[in-house]
Design a protein around this ligand. Structure first.
Ligand code: PLP
Length: 380
């Protein structure tokens, strides 16, 4: 039996063969603990240093500004709670957008429960935060703004550099969750002007369970894990050497493949959109038509429930109705609700995300299956 076409690259990506190859020796002969002074340990330590250089090069940072974590969720928690730990008394106000992933929203709400003031900035109908709305939310007590680089559901890209132009002169720290951006679009911490930035290995062809936080040199940040002095004392715990080596290899691949990969993903995604739009009158695009991740197609199918559509087409297509964490529930996604999308349109929404391994044949099969499923369900 042939497997369905995988169109859920925003949930996770397969591991690139080059990444798997890079990891292999670190599962077997090069198994040392980087903190050990003997040859096994020193070999592992060098590999971690090399991975740090690769990740830094991908985002135009310096290696000492990269901290490896167990996932993007941990990197986001470290950014928010770590900055909060060092914030001066009297600066306990935090700004986030209404469409943040729970990995930012939940630590923000936790800080609010701990006595911080929290402002949640709205988005427009395309899922964009307006810099003017951020400016309005800023106060003399604001310590940190956290606005994601690109949304995991609809793919809308936020005007992070414009927001940095507001926070920097006011001496307010800016964090961006770029978990969905690496490997799809350029991620440059200097051009973005951010102080902290989150990466997720398994969203760009590394393994699950590894991430990184960029922390601009000199940014006051405290630890949220207490133990050994790994990661310059900011993230205690023996390094996951194989996963970190894989993250480095994935960063190198992403750097080599961009910007070509961006254009390639866009052409695949737009091809799929064109086929679906032709077959399905009334198909509506959600998210920003232009300022959007090149691989993400979030569309509402008229007159059907997105979850039922994917269920019907499941032999041919593997995709999600929203982010992976919401796909088992029929509640309207918080992102679509924040964009003011009414419930019928939200119910018909499906997120199709392509990746480096997607082929034109995949798109033909997926478009045929999805439009066939839609025709079947609207007739019922
Ligand atoms: N941030 C964003 C934007 C994401 O899309 C995700 C994963 O879906 C995460 C954070 C959390 O990643 P992880 O589950 O690997 O910690």
């Amino acid at each position: 039996m042939t497997r369905p076409v995988y169109l859920d690259y925003n949930a996770t990506t397969p591991v690139a063969p080059e990444v798997a190859e890079a990891i292999r020796p670190f599962l077997y002969e090069s198994f040392g603990n980087p903190s050990s002074s003997h040859v096994f340990g020193q070999h592992a330590k060098q590999a971690v240093l090399q991975a740090r250089r690769e990740v830094a090069a991908l985002i135009n940072a310096v290696p000492g500004e990269i901290y490896f974590t167990g996932c993007a969720t941990e990197a986001n928690n470290l950014a928010l709670l770590g900055v909060a730990a060092k914030a001066p008394v009297g600066r306990r106000h935090l700004v986030v957008s209404a469409v943040e992933h729970p990995a930012v929203m939940e630590p923000a709400l936790h800080l609010e429960r701990c006595g911080w003031e929290l402002s949640i900035v709205p988005v427009d109908a395309r899922g964009r935060v307006s810099p003017a709305a951020v400016a309005t939310a800023l106060r003399p007590e604001t310590a940190l703004v956290s606005i994601m680089y690109a949304n995991n559901e609809v793919g809308t890209i936020q005007p992070v550099a414009e927001i940095a132009a507001l926070t920097r002169p006011r001496n307010i720290l800016l964090h961006t969750d770029a978990a969905q951006s690496a490997g799809k679009i350029e991620v440059d911490v200097q051009a973005l002007g951010v102080d902290l930035l989150t990466l997720a290995g398994h969203k760009f062809y590394a393994v699950k369970g590894v991430g990184a936080l960029y922390v601009r040199a000199g940014t006051p940040i405290g630890s949220i894990l207490f133990g050994g002095d790994q990661e310059h004392g900011l993230r205690a715990g023996t390094e996951n050497v194989p996963a970190i080596v894989g993250l480095g290899a994935a960063a190198r691949l992403a750097r080599e493949r961009l910007p070509g990969a961006t254009a390639h993903l866009r052409s695949l995604r737009d091809d799929l959109h064109g086929r679906l739009a032709e077959a399905i009158p009334g198909l509506v695009l959600n998210g920003d038509p232009e300022e959007r991740l090149p691989n993400t197609l979030h569309v509402s199918f008229p007159g059907v429930i997105g979850r039922e559509l994917l269920e019907y087409a499941r032999a041919d297509v593997a995709a999600s109705v929203g982010s992976a964490c919401h796909s088992e529930h029929d509640t309207v996604s918080g992102v679509l609700a924040a964009m003011g999308i009414e419930s019928v349109r939200a119910a018909g929404a499906v997120r199709l995300s392509v990746g480096w391994m997607t082929t034109k044949d995949d798109l033909t099969r997926a478009a045929t299956a999805l439009s066939g499923a839609w025709r079947h369900l609207v007739k019922q």
